[in-house]
Ligand binder design. Structure first.
Ligand code: ADP
Length: 254
């Protein structure tokens, strides 16, 4: 069993088909976290979805950075209120942690945040991390939660990063374009050429696409940590993987 895992949830996973926050998927995540707790695994979440959640409340034009930051600010508290309700059903408290890149760019600078995270985890609380989108300026932002979650895994001493995406793994080519694309089950080395592909996020609120996921994997692999990329729409694969090490669909980077 894992001692401490970080689970990153992509925007698409948190948004339902009508553009609202998917309460059902958040409930499913709470169920998974509660099972992990019963097994003695500590869980840190990294949650996207603030802009999308904000937009479900107020339809500002998302093309300006100022509006997106305002939407993130509206959506962040709304999203957290839903996490709080769903986790409360399992008797689990949650805590919000908003970070900028500068908070996590070295062991020394991340110490303060780590101390907070350690105290929360020791007390059974689930930290929910997001980038501080509403105030971060362009130069500061990670720009995507994939890399924020990789840094969180490393600096907060996680054993594993799980990325719950709208895609069930890493394919040998873009599966949205090539019907014959095949999922790669295990990756032990990432080539530089894979990191310079066109950035192709699928969902309208997604920012990363596959490249930021590969960069995150590389960052962790170079530091002896693992990353598992799988679908967040159905949590069977991630659950089986976390409890048995086996999986039907997903990509393990190690
Ligand atoms: P999330 O919101 O979960 O972070 P993204 O949309 O940012 O999701 O990234 C996942 C998307 O990356 C997939 O849905 C797919 O459209 C795209 N993609 C491009 N190339 C690949 C590939 N080789 N394997 C998997 N997904 C890919």
């Amino acid at each position: 069993m894992y001692r401490r895992v970080v689970i990153k949830i992509g925007s698409a996973v948190l948004t339902d088909k009508d553009g609202g926050v998917s309460r059902e998927r958040i409930f499913n995540i709470a169920t998974l976290v509660s099972k992990l707790h019963e097994n003695g695994t500590e869980v840190i979440l990294v949650s996207s979805g603030a802009v999308s959640a904000g937009y479900s409340k107020l339809q500002l034009d998302r093309n300006t950075i100022g509006n997106r930051q305002a939407l993130a600010s509206i959506g962040q508290s709304y999203l957290m209120s839903i996490y709080q309700k769903k986790f409360a059903k399992f008797g689990i408290d949650i805590a919000q942690i908003l970070l900028t890149e500068a908070d996590l760019d070295s062991r020394r600078r991340s110490e303060n945040a780590k101390r907070t995270v350690d105290i929360l985890l020791k007390n059974g609380v689930v930290p929910i991390i997001n980038e501080n989108d509403s105030v971060a300026t362009d130069e500061l932002v990670f720009g995507d939660n994939d890399q924020l979650s990789a840094h969180s895994t490393f600096y907060f001493d996680g054993d594993l990063l799980v990325i719950l995406s709208d895609i069930d793994g890493y394919y040998d080519k873009n599966p949205r374009i090539y019907k014959d694309a095949k999922i790669i089950r295990e990756v032990r080395k990432i080539e530089e050429t894979e990191l310079v592909q066109e950035v192709t996020p699928h969902h309208q609120f997604a920012t990363g696409g596959i490249v930021t996921k590969l960069k995150s994997a590389k960052f962790l692999m170079e530091r002896g940590k693992k990353m598992f990329l799988t679908s967040g729409f159905n949590l069977v694969d991630v659950e089986t993987f976390l409890f048995t090490g086996k999986y039907q669909r997903g990509t393990l980077f190690l």
